[in-house]
Design a binder for this molecule. Structure first.
Ligand code: NAD
Length: 497
């Protein structure tokens, strides 16, 4: 059985002898495949010390040299992405194609970060006042922490670290302890790309390691992605310790289907966005809001498609893999029980069925509920599993009101052929990322990713220009190279002349 260690100063690190370990499981077989070492505060301190030591050298490395490392990283990642995808499937369970899709979306951020010289250019104003010039620069923060969730073991860390590194920071990444291997693989690739020792470090662990990062005096910023309660804790604790924090939280994403929509297109997309990655996506659609009389027909079209999905081992070409752990599988199945108890109609029942796998994987088939109402727990809670709820409303206004009343605001989509209605929706909905006939509107790397309300704490979204701003701070320099004849004493407040 493999022991998964930390990665500090460009080498595997065991941590302290007394540090505990946790099982790493293959969700498709139920087999324990590894032991991950969980960092104590002392081990976190070791990683932060490495990042702190590496910071001055990396900050002062020329932009050209930093970018050369990024381009090498991009090339290596592109050549070897199948390896990373296989690691994701082995620990997360998502099907191989989907794992590869995640790597490709992470790669986009690396490519965006390769353009950092352009993104870091400041402004220059000549003769702002007589013989006075002004220019602005952006400088790195120092050692930064990234804390990521289980559901995108490779992509979510890549939302942050390519930009953090490109802008001259050093990094301590704390990935989810459920899926630790992708982060180590990414770290080894940085070494191969020529990144100096200590610039990119990985510590594995749970709450203790996160809390130490949040309090550590040498950590300048925290980029967190995970569930809303933990995001709130991270935001409060990190900011109380004087850090810059962006904390992305959970989601309950709605798809609004208007009566004029192409129902086959809407049904296909509801399936893709509801059950892709077994619903374990922060941009998954979990609530479908059907407007008017289309509901019966739409539910039938979705049900037909859901029944045809093949659930099983992610290496066998199935549509949907297992849930990440047996506990999570039980929790999701518990929501399906609750939905039935609370009076929703079970149209497709994922608790029964056959799975294409050997062993005792954590499988649950797709579940479709109809006649869901806003008080039911299957609507109020983020389930994070393959459960799609249909809520019937009479009008666009009623649908919009429902979406805007929801405490989450990560992503949403409208399906319609009416451009005016779509235009109104994008203007009126209180959600950060919106799709028009696009079910999972994850922005490209050169835009920024982030939700509103309980889906994001802090005011900075991930990657794009906001990512560059998050990982740098601005300076404005006012310069006068006076004419030698100029001079004189003036105690008044400087004014333009
Ligand atoms: P999680 O909140 O349980 O864990 C996230 C990270 O926090 C992990 O690294 C974990 O080790 C750490 N952690 C867990 N408990 C902690 C505690 N008590 N104190 C400090 N740190 C703790 O989330 P998860 O189950 O790994 O991921 C799923 C969640 O992430 C879902 O809610 C999903 O919506 C959300 N998510 C959001 C986005 C987004 O962009 N908004 C993206 C991906 C996932």
């Amino acid at each position: 059985m493999e022991t998964i260690r930390h990665w500090i100063d460009n080498a595997p690190a065991a941590g302290a002898d007394s540090d505990p370990t946790a099982d790493v499981t293959n969700p498709a077989t139920g087999e324990v495949t590894g032991q991950v070492t969980l960092a104590s505060a002392q081990t976190v301190d070791q990683a932060v010390a490495a990042a702190k030591k590496a910071f001055p050298g990396w900050r002062d490395t020329s932009l050209s040299k930093r970018v050369q490392v990024l381009f090498r990283y991009r090339e290596l990642l592109n050549q070897r992405k199948e390896e990373l995808a296989a690691l994701i499937t082995a620990e997360h369970g998502k099907v191989l194609d989907d794992a590869l899709g995640e790597v490709n979306r992470g790669l986009e951020v690396v490519e965006f970060a390769c353009g950092i010289p352009h993104l870091l250019k400041g402004a220059y104003t000549e003769n702002a006042s007589t013989q006075v010039d002004v220019h602005s620069v952006r400088q790195p923060l120092g050692p930064v922490a990234i804390i990521s969730p289980f559901n995108f073991p490779a992509m979510v860390p890549m939302w942050f670290f390519p930009i953090a590194i490109a802008t001259g920071n050093t990094v301590v990444l704390k990935p989810s302890e459920k899926v630790p291997s992708a982060a180590n693989w990414e770290a080894e690739l940085w070494k191969e790309a020529g990144l100096p020792d200590g610039v990119f470090n990985v510590v594995h662990g749970g709450k203790e390691s996160v809390d130490r990062l949040l309090e550590h005096p040498d950590i300048a910023s925290v980029s967190f992605v995970g569930s809303t309660p933990i995001a709130q804790h991270v935001y409060r604790t990190g900011t109380a310790h004087g850090k810059r924090v962006q904390a992305l939280g959970g989601a309950k994403n709605h798809m609004l289907v208007l009566p004029d929509a192409d129902l086959d297109l809407a049904a296909d997309n509801a399936i893709n966005a509801g059950f892709g990655s077994a619903g374990e996506r922060c941009m998954a659609i979990s609530a479908l809001v059907a407007v008017g009389e289309i509901a019966d027909e739409l539910v039938e079209k979705i049900a037909e498609r859901a029944r045809a999905l093949r659930t099983g081992d992610g290496l066998r070409g199935c549509d949907m893999g297992p849930l990440v752990t047996s506990q999570h599988r039980e929790k999701v199945a518990g929501y399906v029980d609750a939905g039935e108890r609370e009076g929703a109609t079970v149209v497709v029942d994922g608790r029964t069925g056959e799975f294409d796998a050997d062993g005792s994987g954590f499988f649950l088939g797709p579940t479709l509920f109809d006649h869901v109402t806003p008080e039911m727990s299957i609507y109020t809670d983020e389930i994070f599993g393959p459960v799609l709820s249909v809520i019937r409303v009479d009008s666009y206004d009623e649908g919009l009101e429902l979406i805007n009343a929801n405490p989450y605001g990560n992503g949403t989509a409208i399906f319609t052929n009416d451009g005016g209605a779509a235009r109104r929706f994008q203007n009126e909905v209180t959600v950060g990322m919106i799709g028009v006939n696009v079910p999972i509107p994850v922005p490209m790397a050169y835009y920024s990713f982030g939700g509103w309300k309980n889906s994001l704490f802090g005011n900075s979204h991930a990657h794009g220009v906001e990512g560059v701003q998050f990982f740098t701070r601005g300076k404005v320099v006012t310069t006068r190279w006076a004419n030698p004849s100029h001079g004189g004493i003036n105690l008044g407040f400087p004014q333009n002349d």
